[in-house]
Design a protein around this ligand. Structure first.
Ligand code: HEM
Length: 180
């Protein structure tokens, strides 16, 4: 009988870098696949937001969806799994390309960590900032749903450009009122 340690499918690690093999990244693939389905249902099809889902207004949809703590937690957990997956993927990619030399392994680790870390920080910023109340609609200028075609957003951008570049020393707010 072949014991687990001898089986070709369950070989024990043979080198210090063996833990980087897919064994430790296997569980992240199914989580990411499920997350993509959840994410499409959430922000593309608007399944759980119902009447609160506004097609073509992703800012509103993100604020609504991730403002709900359980959803924010799902995004945080899934994006940690994604970063873990990217880290192992980047590490393995260099190995597949033949960059597997003790002299350069610290560089591989640094590059894999930097890539995964960048994606992690960027993606976690959405649920965290929404939960912290920094992504909300309190200061919103364009009415919800009126961003299709970007006309209002373009006007808003022009308004804030005017705010910054008044020639007479006064400031003009985006509604057009002038204050000294
Ligand atoms: C917290 C991080 C993320 C945020 C805030 C976010 C946000 C969004 C939003 C707002 C949409 C809808 C876009 C629209 O209405 O036009 C969207 C769509 C989509 N996202 Fe994400 N996303 C995130 C992470 C991810 C990740 C990690 C993946 C893939 C692994 C992904 C894959 C997709 C796909 C496939 C679509 C559908 C394409 C589309 O509707 O344009 N997203 N995302």
């Amino acid at each position: 009988m072949i014991s687990r340690g001898e089986s070709p499918w369950h070989r024990p690690p043979t080198s210090a870098t063996a833990w980087h093999r897919s064994d430790h990244a296997d569980w992240t693939g199914p989580i990411i696949a499920l997350f993509v389905l959840f994410h499409l249902a959430d922000l593309t099809w608007g399944w759980w937001l119902g009447d609160d889902f506004v097609s073509g207004d992703p800012y509103h949809n993100v604020a609504e969806s991730m403002g709900y703590l359980p959803v924010a937690i799902i995004y945080v957990a899934a994006n940690i799994a994604l970063a873990w997956h990217v880290f192992h993927g980047a590490w393995s990619m260099f190995q597949s390309l033949g960059v597997n030399n003790p002299r350069y392994n610290h560089l591989r680790r640094t590059l894999a960590t930097a890539l995964a870390g960048l994606i992690l920080v960027g993606n976690l910023s959405f649920p965290i900032l929404t939960q912290a109340g920094l992504i909300d609609e309190d200061e919103r200028v364009c009415p919800v749903g009126e961003v299709e075609g970007n006309a209002c957003l373009a006007e808003e951008a022009e308004g804030s450009a005017a705010d910054r570049h008044t020639t007479d020393g006064n400031t003009t707010d985006s509604a057009g009122s002038v204050s000294p």
